[in-house]
Design a protein around this ligand. Structure first.
Ligand code: HEC
Length: 398
């Protein structure tokens, strides 16, 4: 009986490893995608797909309140539609959020809700996509970010908070002050919209020179957000003219003190523009080889939990990235690569020098070299099993 139960349990684990999100089918439209909002007519006829965003638990923030608010965070299910025309592609993402959080200007302890859409500069090899957390050395990512912020008026129009106009610093009174406030209200910009390009968290550069054309916005409707992003199909950073492209989505919950890495994110998800190329779709959504139950045994036997938190808080905090949600936001290929070639992508963890007990990497010849042992000596079947097990490590959805 005991044997049977564990076999059934193993089967259940494997089933959950396979239940991943499916590809998103983009709809070709003839209308303009220049000024897209959640109520634009272009969404008529578009098909929504469900994507799951997992709490990014790779590293813990140095913020006790935030950590307490996010203990055992559940995954978030969002609905995404994509449309494209000759020159642009647009996304509509709807996700539940019971509280509308707005970033207040000049306050450091409030955080706005927000979302981001990420693209890969090079996706010719689906096994070597940029690291999901904002790219990695040699693998450039482009990120469009939209945050909900309070209305402020900044005369130079560049969003620089330091030059915002504060009504108390004008010499206006009564009627004049009222008129001024009215002007600010009409000119005021509540749109925190940014684009970044880079090869890893600390290397991200904001694109300010118009070399990437995009526009995004977000609207709070019925206990949730509807965010849209429209961008060129091609610019100097990405070329999205392909049968299928990898895209990743992230959302922040200001109410849970979410900011920076404290967010929810999907794995790379295939957006299909034209039928015919299944390479990317299979790599991101195809069947996962391997036996998750055997993989778990192997992971334990090979000491992974000495450095990583997997199902429980196994390893001491900070030894290695937490893998508690890795199955949610990492692709199977990425997991395989982490084992057989740990330095191909080095997780941007803590500042090397600030790390108290174990450095995640060393610098050799100016390059980051992972301190994780290389597991390329393992049999392929064993690696497959561990990858299948790692794919099961993810939070349940809300
Ligand atoms: C001696 C400590 C150590 C051991 C043992 C170890 N790792 Fe790692 N692992 C690390 C460190 C440090 C990193 C971060 C640096 C990097 O990206 O390689 C890492 C990164 C990873 C990543 C990428 C995580 C992410 O967030 O992207 C995965 C996946 C992973 N390890 C899986 C495993 C598995 C599975 C095993 C067991 C077969 C294992 N590790 C054994 C230290 C270790």
């Amino acid at each position: 009986m005991k044997k049977l139960t564990s076999t059934l349990l193993a089967a259940a684990t494997i089933a959950s490893a396979l239940a991943a999100d499916t590809a998103i089918n983009a709809l070709k439209v003839s209308g303009s995608l220049d000024k897209v909002t959640n109520t634009s007519a272009v969404w008529k006829g578009a098909k929504f797909s469900t994507v799951t965003l997992y709490p990014q638990t790779t590293i813990k923030m140095n913020d006790k309140n935030a950590n307490e608010l996010n203990v055992d965070a559940k995954a978030v299910k969002a609905e995404v539609a994509a449309v494209y025309n000759k020159s642009k592609i647009a996304f509509l993402i709807k996700w539940p959020d019971g509280t509308k959080s707005v970033q207040q200007s000049g306050k450091t302890d409030t955080y706005g809700d927000g979302f981001a859409v990420q693209f890969a500069s090079n996706y010719s090899n689906p096994a070597e996509l940029p690291y999901i957390g904002m790219g990695s050395a040699g693998r450039q990512a482009v990120i469009h970010l939209q945050k909900e912020t309070a209305k402020t008026y900044e005369p130079n129009g560049n969003g620089n908070v330091g030059t915002q106009v504060n009504p108390n610093q004008t010499d206006l009174f009564d009627k004049d002050l009222k008129a001024f406030n009215k002007t600010v209200d009409s000119l005021g910009n509540a749109d925190y919209e940014r684009s970044f390009v880079g090869e890893g968290f600390r290397s991200m550069t904001e694109i300010k020179d118009g070399s990437s054309q995009s526009s995004s916005n977000m609207t709070y409707v019925k206990k949730g957000w509807a965010g849209t992003l429209s961008r060129s199909l091609k610019d100097e950073y990405v070329d999205l003219n392909a049968a299928a492209i990898p895209v990743a989505f992230a959302v922040w919950d200001g109410d849970k003190l979410g900011r920076n890495g404290l967010k929810y994110l999907t794995s790379w998800t295939a957006v299909v523009l034209k039928k015919g190329d299944d390479k990317l779709v299979n790599a991101l959504h195809g069947k996962i080889e391997g036996d998750a139950a055997k993989g778990k045994e192997s992971a334990l036997a090979n000491g992974c939990t000495g450095c990583h938190q997997m199902e429980n808080a196994d390893a001491p905090n900070l030894m290695g990235p937490s893998l508690t949600n890795i199955g949610g936001y990492a692709t199977a290929d990425y997991l395989r690569e982490s084992l057989v070639n740990p330095s191909a992508v080095v997780v941007p963890g803590y500042n090397r020098n600030a790390h108290s007990n174990y450095a995640w990497y060393n610098i050799e010849d100016g390059k980051r070299v992972s301190t994780m042992p290389d597991h390329s000596w393992m049999e392929k079947a064993d690696i497959d099993n561990i990858v299948a097990y790692l794919k099961t490590l993810k939070a349940e959805a809300k």
